[in-house]
Design a protein around this ligand. Structure first.
Ligand code: HEC
Length: 160
């Protein structure tokens, strides 16, 4: 009996975790997500996030939106500066799945941080440095959180 309840609890838990990392799975497009948020809004008067996103997930969303802005600035031929895009110390934040906090994760975070800061050192080669940084987002996501990979790969700036 107790075992039954426990396994239900575990399945729900696993479901919540998979959900947080499956943001851009093929089945749900961004506009679908927007529509359902709109729906929830009109139904309840507020947006309800069923997952209560953890701090690390929120920081990742910020990082993804910053990277979108960085890409469009670079594509317009301008350069990006670290004042507008400071490094976000996501690895100090609470993740949805605490088991990600293992040595490989921190090593990925360290390599990512190095390449992120390098963008502002390589002032004349920011597009290349930006792509290298995105490569580190991809590396870590291949290990930990596959859902957003498709979206992250779109950040790469193709060479002309
Ligand atoms: C060191 C590993 C690591 C690096 C580097 C990394 N991520 Fe993540 N990312 C994660 C983990 C782990 C999660 C799950 C966070 C959670 O649910 O608490 C995540 C979640 C996300 C999410 C989903 C957030 C949500 O809505 O739940 C997006 C989008 C994302 N990352 C984009 C990026 C982008 C863009 C970069 C690079 C600029 C990046 N990530 C770099 C590990 C990483």
């Amino acid at each position: 009996m107790k075992k039954g309840i426990f396994s239900v609890f575990i399945s729900v838990f696993i479901l919540i975790i998979t959900d947080a990392c499956s943001n851009n799975k093929n089945s749900t497009t961004e506009s679908e997500i927007e529509q359902s948020e709109q729906y929830i809004k009109t139904q309840q008067g507020t947006i309800l996030d069923p997952n209560k996103p953890k701090a690390m997930a929120l920081m990742m969303r910020q990082m993804a939106s910053n990277a979108d802005s960085m890409k469009s600035i670079l594509l317009s031929g301008k350069s990006i500066d670290s004042l507008r895009f400071p490094f976000i110390r996501f690895y100090l934040a609470e993740p949805t799945d605490p088991s990600v906090l293992e040595p490989l994760f921190y090593e990925n975070a360290r390599l990512f941080q190095h390449d992120y800061k390098n963008i502002f050192i390589e002032k004349n080669n920011q597009i290349i440095a930006f792509n290298t940084m995105v490569g580190k987002c991809i590396n870590c996501h291949e290990n930990y959180c596959n859902g957003p990979l498709k979206r992250i790969k779109k950040l790469l700036i193709e060479s002309k």
